[in-house]
Ligand binder design. Structure first.
Ligand SMILES: [Zn+2]
Length: 295
């Protein structure tokens, strides 16, 4: 927000915001697919077009650093050319420098300002400053009050930090920063769940959703493919979740198909089969998230 409390111009026409707002109103959720390469970007667009579903292409800071923004520009072009609504979002940007650099590159519709590895006051202070920086460039933001535990490729490991579940009070503090999306910690973890599986605090999710109301959209992280299939995803949507990050199953599929075929088939065939297999996984998730047919 600006000093006088109004939001900068550009946010009301933001594509990522429109996509997730429509999902929340229509009681479905958007697959935000973590992409590490061009094949995953192509698979996401093809899945979205095949299923007539909106989608988000999600990149980690790693890709901006590794490819100096080239993958971002490819993602933005793919999103612009798609026949269904697709936007580009940065997942877990965890330091101020990468957030400013990513916002200045052009191409991101949204950025997750993730300062959750800091303690509460510092998290809020840095988040406030960076949300304003992104908003001034027409980019919406996602924040993580509390702390979602675990690790995933491309982000800082929080395994040695205490898990902090998100309270309605904390959620309110972040809404006040002018964020558009909120990723609550309610027992969800990144990567693998323990032997008991997910122990989700739906009472907490419900309280957070009630607190934020229609002001921000709720995002689910830690949707491990062993557990988060049709039934559990629909349950989360019932509590107001409108965006679900899909990471593990897509990259695991890429690696598995590569391991099976590299050295046996021409490289072009390997790439095509990897892309096809990722598309299939993404399509399945779109069905579970009830976004198929909604574009
Ligand atoms: Zn996450």
């Amino acid at each position: 927000m600006t000093a006088n409390g109004t939001r900068p111009k550009g946010l009301e026409t933001n594509k990522a915001k429109a996509i997730v707002d429509a999902a929340w109103k229509g009681k479905y959720a958007i697959a935000a697919v973590c992409c590490y390469n061009l094949e995953a970007i192509i698979a996401t667009v093809r899945a979205a077009e095949a299923k007539k579903s909106p989608a988000l292409i999600q990149l980690f800071p790693w890709s901006v650093e590794f490819a100096d923004g080239l993958l971002l520009h490819a993602a933005a072009e793919a999103a612009a050319k798609a026949t269904v609504p697709i936007a580009v979002h940065m997942d877990h940007a965890q330091n101020p420098d990468i957030i400013r650099r990513s916002a200045d590159l052009g191409g991101f519709d949204g950025i997750m300002v993730d300062m959750s590895h800091y303690e509460r006051d510092e998290n809020l202070r840095l988040s406030r400053e960076l949300v304003q920086y992104c908003n001034a460039r027409g980019i919406i933001t996602e924040c993580e009050p509390g702390r979602i535990n675990g690790s995933e490729d491309g982000i800082a490991d929080t395994i040695n930090l205490d898990e902090v579940l998100t309270t309605p009070e904390q959620a309110e503090e972040f809404v006040a920063l002018g964020i558009d999306w909120l990723a609550p910690a309610f027992g969800n973890v990144h990567g693998n769940y323990g032997p008991k599986g997910p122990e989700l605090r739906f009472d907490l999710l419900e309280a957070v959703a009630k607190q934020v109301g229609d002001r921000v959209r709720i995002v689910l992280h830690g949707a491990h493919e062993d557990y988060f299939q049709n039934e559990l995803l629909r349950k989360c949507i019932g509590y107001g979740v409108a965006k679900v990050n899909i990471n593990g199953p897509v990259q695991k599929t890429f690696i598995r198909v590569g391991a099976e075929l590299i050295g046996k088939e021409p490289l072009t065939t390997v790439i095509e089969k990897q892309t096809d297999a990722m598309q299939k996984i993404i399509e399945e998730n779109m069905d579970w998230l009830n976004s198929s047919g909604k574009a």
